[in-house]
Design a protein around this ligand. Structure first.
Ligand code: KG4
Ligand code: ZN
Length: 342
């Protein structure tokens, strides 16, 4: 018997967001909850893996129950359970996997291990008209990569960071400027009142072949210039450094994106940007301009689907199910490249 609109319940816990969602095969989101641990990690100015795992453990099963309540669903309404199996922080992943498997076993439902990068890669197609192939720039605290998304299960990574992720660079720069964690939004706010041409900061990899990124040289240059600053930084200095830093990141991204577009095996219609850094308005505007100059349409998913969330995990499971792709069990793993899914 064919099940009409099978619902999948998904769990995401690969980093510092605990999230649970229920979605049907059309992409209707019955319920979606995201709980961020930012407040717990703020005083350490970064995610502490051990703490993250403990915080997931405290709320993961409660979140599943809340999500079921919000969707007015019971076990009988759920077709399968999907959980992010990697890549990510191993302790955090294990919590989500354990909770997901426990529910699957208790309810006698199929259990699907989902690749977190595939979930990000397919998230732009959730509730939008975007068609394959598209070029995705995924920029967050953990990732900075260009992915050519040819179809479900068919991905080609065109380039990646060789050191820090873009969001990590924002966070480290914020720390150097004594701005709070996570740094991205604070740098953006501060930059509004700053002069982006005040400091000439390094733009590593610019004009190089390919579309790999490097951000650690930019951060080191910022640190060096701050150290050589004549007096202690005043408010305006901080704003000027923030604006100059943001401009450098922007220039690097546009330069790398130009090459990524050329490297696509087939000219995609869409340029999509996702991940926490995609919230940055200056970066969005620059990438949109580049996309338009290249006769491409620009798309950025709504922010709650752009950052880590369980809706994208449920949607990736739905897409694999619809396309008859492998959904067999994979244990939690900190590294799991997209190319391995082929
Ligand atoms: O996708 P995300 O919420 O979580 C993971 O990385 O898993 O991304 C968080 C990252 C942080 O490094 C944060 O500083 C950065 O995204 N971020 C931003 C902005 N908002 C968040 N970076 C630049 N500008 C922003 N407005
Ligand atoms: Zn992510």
């Amino acid at each position: 018997m064919k099940i009409l609109a099978p619902k999948i319940l998904a769990i995401e816990s690969s980093c510092d967001e605990t999230s649970c969602a229920i979605i049907d095969d059309k992409g209707t989101i019955d319920a979606h909850i995201i709980r961020s641990q930012i407040a717990d990690h703020q005083k350490y100015a970064g995610v502490v893996p051990e703490l993250a795992a403990r915080k997931h453990l405290e709320i993961c099963d409660i979140l599943v129950e809340e999500t079921l309540d919000n969707a007015h669903c019971s076990a009988d309404d759920i077709y399968a359970i999907a959980t992010t199996a990697g890549p990510g922080l191993i302790g955090s992943l294990l919590v989500g996997m354990m909770v997901g498997q426990a529910y699957a076993q208790a309810w006698q439902k199929p259990f699907y291990s989902i690749n977190h990068l595939e979930a990000h890669a397919l998230s732009p197609t959730l509730n939008s008209d975007i068609t394959f192939p598209y070029l995705l720039l995924l920029v967050s605290g953990g990732h900075s990569e260009f992915i050519y998304v040819n179809g479900v299960g068919d991905y080609q990574r065109l380039g990646k960071t060789i050191d820090d992720a873009a969001g990590e660079a924002f966070d480290k720069a914020a720390k150097l400027l004594s701005l709070p964690y996570p740094g991205g939004p604070h740098i953006e706010q501060s930059a509004i009142k700053g002069n982006a041409a005040a400091y000439d900061l390094a733009r590593p990899m610019r004009h190089r072949q390919g579309c790999d990124f490097s951000f650690s040289g930019l951060k080191s240059d910022l640190r060096r210039q701050i150290m050589h600053h004549q007096q202690s930084l005043n408010r305006q200095d901080i704003n000027d450094y923030a604006a100059s830093f943001q401009q450098a990141v922007c220039d690097i991204m546009v330069d790398r994106a130009k090459n990524a577009i050329v490297l696509c095996p087939q000219k995609p219609q869409y340029f999509v940007v996702a991940g926490g850094v995609a919230a940055n308005q200056t970066i969005r505007t620059s990438l949109q301009k580049l996309a338009n100059e290249n006769d491409m349409l620009f798309h950025a998913p709504p922010i709650e689907l752009c950052t880590d969330n369980a809706a994208m995990v449920a949607w990736a499971a739905q897409m694999r199910l619809k396309n008859g792709l492998d959904l067999s069990f994979h244990p939690a793993r900190p590294r799991w490249a997209l190319d391995e899914l082929k």
